[in-house]
Design a protein around this ligand. Structure first.
Ligand code: SF4
Length: 140
């Protein structure tokens, strides 16, 4: 719970309007209910998703994964994913695909306008197939 509380404190200091969302894989209805209650008490919004095959995972070898082209909606859309150390990562599919900034010393707007994010979008549009992680991801 330390991470959730600390991240909210950082958000409150740097960008109080920012919505905090977790994305969790949880198959049990009871588990989702418990997680929702726990998160909402702490000012977070819970979301859930089904298990996906991450590029580079051992499962990727047994699943045929067709790479999508261009910049994915995770990078171009309004949401950002923040790792435990404040790093702003592109998605929860493969959080280490690249880093666009850090919420410990940047605001949401600064990360959105960062050169790192612009370069990542440009690289995806230009040659996504050539990117180590995103080039193997089917997310559009
Ligand atoms: S292409 Fe896939 S791995 Fe890359 S940022 Fe988008 S969702 Fe994440």
């Amino acid at each position: 719970m330390w991470f959730l509380d600390t991240a909210r404190e950082i958000r409150d200091d740097l960008d109080p309007g920012l919505k905090l969302v977790t994305t969790t894989i949880c198959d049990s209805r009871e588990g989702r209910k418990r997680w929702k209650r726990l998160l909402r008490e702490r000012g977070w919004t819970p979301e859930f998703r089904v298990m996906g095959v991450r590029p580079g995972s051992p499962f990727a070898k047994t699943h045929k994964t067709k790479c999508a082209l261009g910049a994915c909606k995770y990078v171009t859309g309004p949401n950002m994913y923040v790792d435990y150390n404040g790093d702003v990562v592109p998605c929860c599919i493969h959080p280490k695909a690249f880093v666009m900034g850090n919420m410990l010393n940047q605001t949401y707007k600064e990360v959105r306008r960062s050169a790192a994010r612009r370069e990542a979008i440009l690289a995806m549009k230009k040659d996504r197939a050539g990117m180590e992680i995103c080039g193997k991801c089917r997310k559009e």
